[in-house]
Design a protein around this ligand. Structure first.
Ligand code: ADP
Length: 288
């Protein structure tokens, strides 16, 4: 069945309704901290885009970053696999420890970082190659070519795509629907056995059915991976995330706009009884 033939679920619940139904996530201990972020500041050509962020990301949780456009969500998520290194003029100050190692330390290889910490973008970006070659790309680059067929198959299974593409692996990835292409990008990410998957608005270019599939997949994948997701869709954050961080924009006296972390807590708390009035206003749709 194609994605468009599937019945469209009715989703009229507010983020608060969805969060009320959510069980509080299982508590984590100090050993479960994957990233410890301390006083992070990111600037572009000397202009501060995000300042003073301190938080921990926990293992096998889905953590969502929400907030109005321009508050630094994408800037922040790019710090976790050093993607900002690739942006001329971008500087990162403060610390991000990854399993206790300074991610920005002098001995850390950014390529190795991006192998362990994979990323999926807003717009599906498969290579103009076959479905197979897309998934095999990372393992080939990294010399992980033993049992490559098996590795490709397993990644496609884990990305919930095998049943749809298993018999046409030689076809172009560009022949797939948008939702399938995004799951292919997730399979490509999984094929190199990452520890963390970063997703920057992974469903915002997709229709509601494809979006639901990505959300279901995130719930599956968190059993094996730690997932961090940027989303502008609050229902999505309320449905999928264990923890939610709300960012906002501070406007200085000189008119400069800087992203700040307002509040970070379990998703049920963030959406039902947040501590900060700005979070309350945002999650109830009164602002942003
Ligand atoms: P969000 O993801 O919350 O919409 P962004 O991280 O994209 O926010 O942007 C935060 C701020 O950083 C904005 O003011 C934006 O203009 C600026 N910014 C983001 N990316 C770049 C870049 N590559 N070069 C210069 N400024 C950037």
């Amino acid at each position: 069945m194609s994605e468009s033939e599937t019945e469209v679920p009715i989703k009229s619940l507010t983020p608060r309704d969805l969060a009320r139904e959510k069980p509080t996530p299982e508590p984590r201990s100090a050993e479960d901290v994957v990233f410890h972020v301390e006083d992070l500041v990111v600037s572009y050509s000397g202009k501060c885009a995000l300042r003073g962020v301190t938080l921990d990301i926990q293992r096998n949780y889905v953590t969502a970053f929400i907030g109005p456009s321009g508050c630094g969500k994408s800037t922040f998520i790019r710090c976790f696999n050093r993607m900002n290194d690739l942006i001329p003029g971008a500087t990162v100050e403060g610390t991000i420890d990854y399993h206790g190692t300074d991610l920005y330390g002098p001995d850390v290889d950014a390529v190795e970082v991006r192998k362990r910490i994979g990323m999926v973008f807003q717009k599906p970006n498969p290579f103009p190659k076959s479905i197979y070659d897309n998934v095999a790309f990372g393992p080939r680059v990294l010399g992980m070519t033993d049992n490559l067929d098996e590795r490709v198959e397993q990644a496609l299974h884990r990305a919930a795509l095998w049943d749809e593409v298993g018999k046409r692996l030689k076809e172009s990835a560009l022949s797939l629907s948008g939702g399938q292409q995004q799951r292919l990008c997730i399979a490509r990410c999984i094929a190199v056995e990452p520890d963390v998957i970063l997703m920057d608005e992974p469903a915002s270019a997709l229709d509601p059915i494809a979006t639901t599939r990505i959300e279901d997949l995130m719930q599956e994948l968190k059993n094996d991976y730690t997932i961090v997701v940027v989303t502008h869709n609050m229902q999505q954050a309320a449905r999928v995330a264990d923890m939610t961080a709300f960012f906002s924009v501070d406007v200085g006296q000189d008119g400069d706009r800087t992203g700040v972390l307002v509040e970070y807590d379990t998703t049920d708390k963030m959406f039902t009884t947040p501590s900060d009035q700005r979070t309350e206003d945002y999650v109830t749709g009164r602002f942003g």
